[in-house]
Write a protein that binds this ligand. Structure first.
Ligand code: SF4
Length: 486
């Protein structure tokens, strides 16, 4: 998972890109980067760490130009935060820059194709570089005889998509031509498109989440459709085409965990979905734990707050913010190694003992991935004097790896891959454990067949061979080890 923004405008874009990147910081903190084109030169800056650590008023002034792309990175493949930071640039044809949110299942096959067929070597382990190079090869094939046109760009993007297997939303700057956004044929990762007219000047933007458009004063035009390419030329004409469409499979985790609650994805508000997740959990509580009494509902901050409040309201039980978060620590799930995640749990949460002592507590969290964080939180609440701890997860059990840009590509990491609910309850030390149902999740989001739920059901939208699964699990494992060494 990463966050991106791309803007083409009739005025300089660097400050808007910076604001957009800050808005998307929750989607990745490993590195940040910005690329602009000033009509003559492509200007690229990449830094490790947070957006505010890498960019300042001085270097933003150097990022000239009315077109640019920005990125915040969360590493899923590629273990070097400097080398693998986005955007990437290639200088032929025209000069192309690309940033994305996504993951290729067939990264190694694409890498081999680029080298064996086109003698092109990659300088990073980041899959957007592979996508960009394939795109540049395909664009060159289309334009080298007859020149550039939107239709040839669409052909190049279609041919690119036909070589890729995975979930990806890409924003692409083509120097001297315009800005392109495209989304994989299943639209697994989010991508929204908007327009702003301010002081008589028009701008268009692509972003990972609608909240970026809100904050920058853009009106939403649309979420890109599965397999759609949108191209805005330098005269601000918009061209679009669906080049390779399949049944949509939007990642359900965006609503459950990743996206900001003030974002709207596929016309479904993230806030509303989380309210509904709480209501669905309340229904399950009534069915399964009718005889048990809860004194207080406590969210594990931040993502589960909205669902916890809605759960408490639905059951008429007091709600308390009894786990206090250190707002200056990172999300534990987003940190790349288990060791870092464990230290971060201790750093980030502290209980309010008076709100917990002697009470029966319902703890609401968005998910249980590895189980280690949940166990630590249950231990902490128990030590704070809770009588009973009932744990509820707004997501159903995560039993299968994700190969589309979420950080669990190895089945062995997932507590629900080989344990049933009772075994998980015992492992995390709770008195009862309730998971959201898959139907409840679909109902809460308001989408059914167009949701990806592969990590819950094992039904992946794209074909993934056993060899690819083993390779991706191995890569993830090696990456963890390399992060540990750093
Ligand atoms: S497998 Fe799960 S986390 Fe991955 S894209 Fe699908 S729903 Fe999202």
């Amino acid at each position: 998972m990463c966050g991106f923004i791309g803007i083409i405008s009739q005025s300089p874009v660097a400050y808007d890109l910076f604001t957009g990147m800050l808005t998307l910081q929750h989607r990745g903190q490993s590195s940040s980067g910005m690329l602009t084109f000033d009509g003559d030169e492509l200007i690229l800056r990449k830094h490790t760490g947070l957006v505010s650590e890498g960019f300042n008023s001085k270097n933003l002034k150097e990022l000239h130009g009315n077109i640019g792309i920005g990125h915040v990175r969360y590493p899923t493949i590629g273990s070097d935060p400097v080398r693998d930071a986005q955007p990437f640039v290639t200088y032929s044809p025209y000069g192309i820059g690309m940033a994305h949110n996504g993951n290729l299942v067939n990264y190694q096959e694409v890498k081999s194709l680029l080298f064996n067929k086109y003698q092109r070597r990659l300088r990073s382990n980041c899959d957007v570089e592979a996508i960009m190079k394939v795109f540049s090869v395909e664009l060159f094939k289309q334009v080298h005889d007859e020149g550039f046109s939107p239709e040839r760009l669409f052909n190049a993007t279609k041919n690119t998509m036909n070589l890729l297997n995975g979930g990806y939303s890409c924003v692409t700057l083509i120097a001297g031509k315009g800005l392109v956004g495209f989304r994989d044929p299943y639209a697994i990762r989010p991508m929204i498109f908007g327009k702003r007219v301010k002081d008589g000047k028009t701008s268009y933007a692509f972003a990972s989440e609608s909240v970026v458009l809100d904050i920058l004063g853009f009106e939403v035009i649309k979420d890109l459709e599965p397999g759609e390419v949108v191209f805005i030329d330098n005269d601000m004409n918009v061209h679009s085409k669906v080049v390779e469409k399949k049944q949509a499979k939007h990642c359900m985790f965006e609503w459950v965990y990743f996206a900001r609650p003030d974002s709207v994805i596929e016309k479904r508000g993230v806030y509303e979905a989380r309210v509904n997740l709480g209501k669905e959990l309340a229904k399950l509580w009534k069915e399964k734990n009718r005889d048990k009494k809860i004194d207080v509902v406590i969210p594990v901050p931040d993502t589960s707050r909205i669902a916890a409040l809605s759960f408490a309201k639905e059951l008429g039980i007091p709600y308390s913010e009894a786990l206090i978060k250190n707002r200056y620590s990172w999300r534990t799930f987003i940190m790349p190694t288990q060791e870092q995640r464990e230290t971060a749990v201790r750093l980030k949460l502290n209980p309010v003992i008076l709100e917990i002592k002697g009470k029966n507590v319902a703890l609401i969290d968005d998910s249980i991935v590895r189980g280690t964080t949940s166990k630590r939180i249950v231990d902490m609440v128990r030590k704070a004097g809770a009588k009973e701890i009932h744990f509820l997860s707004t997501s159903p059990p995560i039993k299968f790896p994700c190969y589309y840009a979420i950080d669990f590509a190895d089945k062995r990491e997932l507590i629900a891959s080989d344990k049933d609910i009772e075994e998980i309850r015992k492992t995390i030390g709770a008195d009862s454990l309730i998971y959201q149902s898959v139907d409840g999740l679909k109902k809460a989001i308001g989408l059914d067949d167009s949701l990806c739920t592969a990590c819950l059901t094992g039904n992946y939208p794209t074909k993934i061979s056993d060899e690819q699964r083993a390779r991706l699990a191995h890569e993830r494992d090696s990456e963890r080890k390399s992060w540990r060494k750093k």
